[in-house]
Each structure stands twice: as structure tokens, then as C-alpha cells.
Write a protein that binds this ligand. Structure first.
Ligand SMILES: N[C@@H](CCC(=O)N[C@@H](CS)C(=O)NCC(=O)O)C(=O)O
Length: 222
């Protein structure tokens, strides 16, 4: 059997962690194959590589397995032409934002999206929403008032890592979100949603089989 020549990404189209991994691979110009997972029917091959059973998971041609989206992004940008994408994401401010996103904000995002699902949650939905806003959206607004992207004049991995989660939050109550005094954040989200990079990452592909992910020519966000 010939060894695989391309990285294989186990992915789920609507998962924000998988979106950030796909965008990093696309932006870095790293060709890859993808297996679109059905979460209630995970393939044995995935569980063998990564028993914790979350996506994304990246299997590299040499056999190495990356089980966390941030590690996949790191690996993607390690070979990219533009070191800024990864380097700018290493500032203490950006690492702190990522931690807020993946921690308090993500927890409250799930509670806001699915009220009543967590029996231990006793805050009202409005309080959950306000707490999520305070945890991430207000600090993000302050940053984006000062700089166009989280990478400064150019975007970086932190932008890619966070905006899929803000997108989900905004989509819960779009009218409410659109009327909040968060102009820089709203403009940043709209800009990301309009990028060819995001459109490419959301390509609809057959599920439950390995297919080559369609790549994009060089992308520019300037
Ligand atoms: N820390 C992980 C989180 C990944 C994660 O939680 N992915 C969700 C989908 S969005 C998942 O696979 N959940 C397992 C399931 O729903 O069965 C990462 O950054 O990759």
C-alpha cells in the first residue's frame, strides 16, 4: 500500500473549530484531503487515531496525528510563506483573547444557543448573553476599534480562530446583535464573512468519504 501523500483532515462543516483548521490550511496553501464526519456516526478510523472523538483531527502523511484545532493551525502556518499569520497570534493579548474565546465565551455560547439544555445553569438567557458579551465581545470591540484585524494591519491566526464563534453568537439573534453598540466588531465579522477564504472553507463536499479539499489561488485580505 502506498503511504498517503496529503494530510487528511477529519472535519465537520459547521464546527467552528474545524472551520478555523480548514481556513488555516487553505490560507497557508497546504493541499489536504478531508473526511466530512457525521458526528453521531464517527468512523472507526477516526476513533482509532483520536479516541477522544472530537473534530478536527489532522493525520499527517508521516503518521503524526494532531487532535486540537490550534495545533493544526500552528502546523499549517509553520510552512506558510507569511510568518505574520502565526507570529502575530503569539502576542499575550491575542493568546488571552483565544483563551477567553475557547473558555468562558464558548461555554456561554452553547448555553445561549441551547437554553435549558444544561440543568445546572440558573442564569437567565439574557444574563448568559450579557456574560458572553463581557467575556469576549467587549474586549474584541476595544481591540478592533484600535486595529482593523487582530493581527494589526493584517489578519493573523487569532482572527481565524475566533470569528467562527462570533459568527455563531451573532446568528442566534441577528437582530439583537445588529443593534448592539459594537460597530468595529460587526464590521470585522461582516468582512470575514465576505472573504473568499471563508467561502472556500465552507465548500459543501460529500460526507463519509475522503475527498480532496478544493484549494484557492493566493488569497489577499488587504
Ligand atoms: N478543543 C477541541 C474542540 C473540538 C470540538 O469540541 N469539536 C466538536 C464539534 S464543534 C466535537 O467534535 N464534538 C464531539 C461530538 O459532538 O461528538 C479543538 O480545538 O479541536
Amino acid at each position: 500500500m502506498t503511504p498517503p501523500s496529503l494530510p487528511l483532515l477529519y472535519s465537520y462543516r459547521r464546527c467552528p473549530y474545524a472551520m478555523r483548521a480548514r481556513m488555516a490550511l487553505l490560507q497557508a496553501g497546504q493541499p489536504f484531503e478531508v473526511f466530512e464526519v457525521v458526528l453521531r456516526d464517527k468512523p472507526a478510523a477516526l476513533l482509532q487515531l483520536s479516541p477522544k472523538g472530537t473534530v478536527p483531527v489532522l493525520r499527517l502523511p508521516g503518521g503524526e496525528v494532531l487532535e486540537e484545532s490550534w495545533d493544526i493551525m500552528r502546523r499549517a502556518f509553520a510552512t506558510a510563506d507569511e510568518p505574520h499569520w502565526w507570529q502575530a497570534a503569539q502576542s499575550p493579548a491575542n493568546l488571552a483573547l483565544l483563551q477567553r474565546n475557547d473558555g468562558a465565551f464558548k461555554r456561554d455560547l452553547d448555553r445561549y444557543k441551547y437554553p435549558g439544555r444544561d440543568p445546572d445553569e440558573n442564569r437567565s438567557r439574557e444574563t448568559v448573553r450579557a456574560d458572553a458579551e463581557a467575556a469576549l465581545l467587549l474586549p474584541l470591540e476595544a481591540r478592533l476599534q484600535a486595529e482593523r484585524w487582530l493581527g494589526g494591519e493584517r489578519p493573523c491566526a487569532t482572527d481565524l480562530a475566533i470569528f467562527p464563534f462570533v459568527r455563531q453568537f451573532a446568528a442566534v439573534e441577528p437582530q439583537w446583535f445588529g443593534t448592539q453598540p459594537l460597530p468595529a466588531l460587526q464590521a470585522w465579522l461582516d468582512a470575514w464573512l465576505a472573504t473568499p477564504l471563508f467561502a472556500a472553507c465552507m465548500a459543501k463536499l460529500p460526507s463519509q468519504e475522503v475527498v480532496r479539499f478544493p484549494m484557492l489561488p493566493a488569497l489577499s485580505l488587504r
